[in-house]
Design a binder for this molecule. Structure first.
Ligand SMILES: [Zn+2]
Length: 317
């Protein structure tokens, strides 16, 4: 699963001796303080996110072991070598004075990462130095997703509680517990569209593709998966009806264009029709029909076709 955190500030930090020691565990040769750029960010916290899920405190502590050494990608562009940063330290910050929506003391997972200074990383380093806000997304998998009301593990069973609902004044949400892997973290400069975020949340790597829908459905909770499948098949039925209407409309416009006497070769007209959208087809349908209804329509057959009224002017014939 992927979790996106909004508006996290990446703060540039001066390189300490301890940082260098940790960083050099991951490098082929010893780097000096001048060669590296170090920054800090919040990776995730124990607040309820937009999916109605929150990491347990134990999960945040487990991430402290899992994240160091993991590379991060900027702007989801895994191609640029200079765009990579490596996490070398992670820790949990406790803010007891601040409470989560479910009343627990707030805690956040901080990460420290480094980049090697080079011509190609200069712009990015400048951005981070300027305290630019970015969205951080962390990729991880957890073995347990617990109902906050009764403790049922939603990965295995469903209970009667639903995330987002209140039961006896207590908010129900999913507690993400026992992470077994942290596979990546990344920064997104432009906030993702909420809808795109949802789709991306269920793809582990790479770009979303239509043929991944089956895999996405399989990766969901059984209940969520069923809902999505039902929704998709309802959409498919609508799409079939839409395709049938479009085919019928194209056929009729072609016949009408012949009947109205438009002096366009059949195959040219057919090729143009194939490129039209529904609104354009409907406009041509109306125009050709009106032409046929006019008195003396057969005489019109002998005159060059006029630009049908209401038709898209982009489609001049
Ligand atoms: Zn429950």
């Amino acid at each position: 699963m992927k979790k996106q955190m909004r508006n996290q500030v990446m703060v540039a930090k001066s390189v300490t001796d301890e940082d260098l020691k940790l960083i050099n565990q991951y490098t082929r040769r010893e780097l000096t303080a001048e060669e590296v750029f170090v920054f800090e960010t919040i990776l995730c916290d124990n607040e309820i996110d937009r999916d109605g899920e929150a990491f347990s405190l134990a999960s945040l502590h487990k991430f402290c072991e899992l994240y160091p050494g993991k590379t991060g990608i900027f702007d989801h562009n895994p191609c640029g070598e200079s765009q990579m940063a490596r996490m070398f330290k992670a820790w949990v910050e406790h803010r007891p004075e601040q409470r989560t929506r479910y009343g627990a003391p707030y805690a956040a997972l901080h990460g420290k990462a480094y980049m090697v200074r080079s011509g190609r990383s200069a712009d990015l380093i400048l951005e981070i130095d300027g305290g630019i806000k970015k969205e951080v997304s962390v990729g991880c998998s957890v073995t347990r997703k617990l109902c906050s009301i009764c403790g049922a593990n939603w990965k295995k069973e469903r209970c009667s509680h639903a995330a987002g609902e209140e039961y006896g004044g207590k908010l129900c949400f999913a507690i993400l517990d026992d992470p077994d892997d942290a596979y990546e973290w990344s920064f997104v400069a432009v906030p993702a569209q909420p809808a795109a975020g949802v789709v991306k949340a269920y793809t582990q790597k790479g770009e979303f593709q239509l043929n991944q829908i089956d895999q996405i459905v399989k990766s969901l909770d059984p209940n969520q998966g069923e809902e999505l499948k039902a929704y998709l098949s309802a959409l498919e039925i609508e799409a079939q009806a839409g395709r049938a209407y479009l085919a019928k409309l194209k056929k009729e416009v072609l016949s009408l264009s012949c009947l109205s006497g438009a002096k366009i070769q059949g195959d040219v007209m057919q090729s143009v029709i194939q490129k039209m959208n529904v609104q354009e087809l409907e406009a041509f349908h109306k125009a050709f029909s009106a032409q046929l209804d006019e008195p003396g329509a057969l005489q019109l057959a002998a005159t060059p076709m006029q630009q049908p009224q209401g038709a898209d002017s982009a489609f001049q014939i």
